[in-house]
Design a protein around this ligand. Structure first.
Ligand code: TXA
Ligand code: MG
Length: 318
């Protein structure tokens, strides 16, 4: 059911779940300090218990409920990028329920940049929320995706389509080396430009082996097989869905099975998961994506490249 802001706050306070909008993707939220409520997230999503959740806050003061003290590096990042698509992995306070962090001694925290959700968190206190997709489905970036995944069984605060469309950058600030565990809209370069902090660059493979447990699961994949294509076909197969980043897509007849972004990578990122879902709805057996290099200068490239490559299954150990 679609709820008002006040109804959403009531549901959360009663220990229920509400799907909430953020600037990245929709989350499935529960009161972070109510373990029974958080348990429901794992049940409804079919999420492995060792995959920890992000806690969403609406003010810097709320960080003190979650972590003993912010290091100077963490404070600089929070000041520079919150509210926004940057998640900080911090040392966890004992009061944070273990179910939120999958038993880890750290907690992931971010302040989402969405006016409705910030207002909601002011009413409820910190909310823990994973992306609201069912495990194994692409993250929801529109209210209709929540209804597609859960029907009426999940309550929803409708905040319109997500502005960015890919999940937040996750940065580990618990050790001296600042490390990106999951790429997002806040890149190494943007961090350095804005704060002067140096980020250790690591490959997808490194990240797989590191401590962001969620990146071990192939949860960006739709039902259709996703493949990079390096050569543009002369004709398009009716069973396939095509995503072209360059203008070559304009050479084909417009079709429901094709999107052409003309180098607008922001639009590509914003709609990627919607295209994955559309391809599945149309019954396409594969989604073919014109290859681009991860070093392209657009700020969303590394996140987009990462999610597509994961969806192909190429970089995942299982
Ligand atoms: O943009 C986003 O981050 C969205 C919106 C809803 O905020 N949320 C999201 O949550 O993508 P989820 O659960 O789908 O992904 C959270 C990621 C996972 O890769 C998880 O393993 C990692 O953050 N994570 C959470 N807590 C962690 C921790 N303590 N240490 C390392 N990684 C952690
Ligand atoms: Mg997710």
């Amino acid at each position: 059911m679609i709820l008002t802001l006040d109804e959403s706050a009531e549901r959360i306070q009663d220990g229920d779940l509400v799907a909430i909008p953020t600037e990245t993707v929709y989350g499935l939220a529960a009161d972070a300090f109510n373990p029974q409520a958080v348990q429901k997230i794992f049940e409804i999503k079919g999420r492995p218990a060792d995959n920890p959740l992000i806690v969403h806050i609406s003010s810097l003061e709320q960080v003190s409920m979650l972590t003993p003290s912010l290091s100077s590096t963490a404070s600089v990042l929070a000041e520079a990028f919150w509210p926004g698509p940057l998640t900080l992995v911090l040392e966890k306070k004992e009061d944070v329920p273990d179910i939120v962090t999958g038993g880890l001694p750290t907690v992931a925290v971010r302040m989402p940049d969405h006016p409705l959700t910030l207002r909601l968190i002011r009413l409820t206190g910190p909310l823990t929320a994973p992306s609201a997709n069912r495990s194994g489905m692409p993250s929801p970036t529109r209210a209709s995706h929540i209804l597609d995944d859960y029907g009426e069984s999940v309550d929803l605060l409708d905040g319109g389509p997500c502005r960015i469309g890919l999940e937040s950058t996750v940065v580990d600030v618990t050790s001296e080396k600042l490390q990106i565990l999951r790429p997002g809209a806040v890149t190494e370069k943007i961090i350095t430009q804005k704060t002067g902090l140096v980020v250790t660059k690591n490959s997808i493979r490194d990240r797989e082996l590191r401590r962001s447990p969620g990146t071990r699961y192939t949860h960006y994949k739709p039902q259709a097989d996703v493949k990079w294509i390096r050569e543009i076909p002369e004709t398009l197969s009716p069973d396939s869905y095509y995503l072209f980043h360059s203008e070559v897509g304009n050479n084909f007849f417009p079709s429901r099975h094709l999107a052409s972004f003309n180098d607008d990578f922001s639009e590509f990122a914003k709609t990627l998961y919607d295209h994955f879902r559309t391809a599945d709805r149309l019954g396409c057996s594969e989604i073919l994506i014109e290859y681009f290099h991860a070093d392209h200068p657009h700020p969303l490239i590394s996140a987009l490249h990462d999610r597509i490559t994961r969806a192909t299954g190429e970089s995942s150990p299982r």
